[in-house]
Design a protein around this ligand. Structure first.
Ligand code: GLN
Length: 196
């Protein structure tokens, strides 16, 4: 018998393509066998089944989102129950609170982030993150002028830390990383996001 509901074999993954590292995200989506869809205007949200907010400069992205009236539609998508992943600047856009300096955001993850918080000497670094006994152990993590997650609310699950600091978090299907999984060949994080 043919089932009445056939789950999609692949996601149509929207990649916010205003500025920043969107091309690497699109390549990572393709490498996992899903279909990337570049999101530059509200109509590009139609039909996508997941959304990635890349790294880059969150203030520049925010300026564009406000001028193009995209902030509300993106917030709506992030609250729709479909997988969402913000990396670095994308994590800043998802946070409910942003400091250094304060700026508006989508506010869909109950956490406060401090921009550029690793300071000058450690603006960028690569490390391996430990996940003892977990699926993400020894994950190579690239931090580029990364924010620090200073506070997480009760609904936020911390999946990976660097020292004491949360660096990969989720609330249901909405995920955020302060590092850049799309810059390594290791697809474990994106695969997990797209399976939520
Ligand atoms: N420093 C950037 C910001 O504050 C984020 C850096 C990144 O996305 N790699 O928006």
């Amino acid at each position: 018998m043919i089932p009445t509901v056939i789950p999609p074999a692949t996601h149509s993954v929207g990649v916010l393509a205003i500025q920043g590292n969107w091309a690497a995200h699109a390549r990572a989506v393709s490498a996992l066998g899903h279909q990337p869809v570049l999101v530059k205007a509200v109509e590009h949200l139609t039909g996508i089944t997941a959304l990635l907010l890349p790294g880059g400069e969150s203030s520049t992205m925010l300026h564009f989102l406000l001028s193009e009236d995209l902030l509300g539609p993106l917030t709506g998508f992030c609250r729709s129950g479909r997988p969402v992943f913000g990396t670095c600047a994308g994590a800043i856009l998802l946070a409910s609170g942003v400091t250094a300096p304060a700026q508006r955001s989508l506010g869909v993850l109950d956490m406060t982030v401090e921009r550029n918080a690793y300071g000058r000497q450690r603006e960028s670094f690569i490390t391996r993150l430990a996940d003892p006994g977990g699926d993400l152990d020894a994950l190579e993590a690239v931090f580029i002028r990364a924010p620090v997650i200073r506070r997480t609310g009760p609904g936020i699950e911390v999946l990976l830390r660097h020292g004491e600091t949360p660096v990969l978090v989720r609330s249901g299907p909405v995920w955020a990383a302060t590092f850049h999984p799309e810059m390594t060949a290791d697809s474990r994080v994106l695969a997990q996001v797209l399976s939520t």
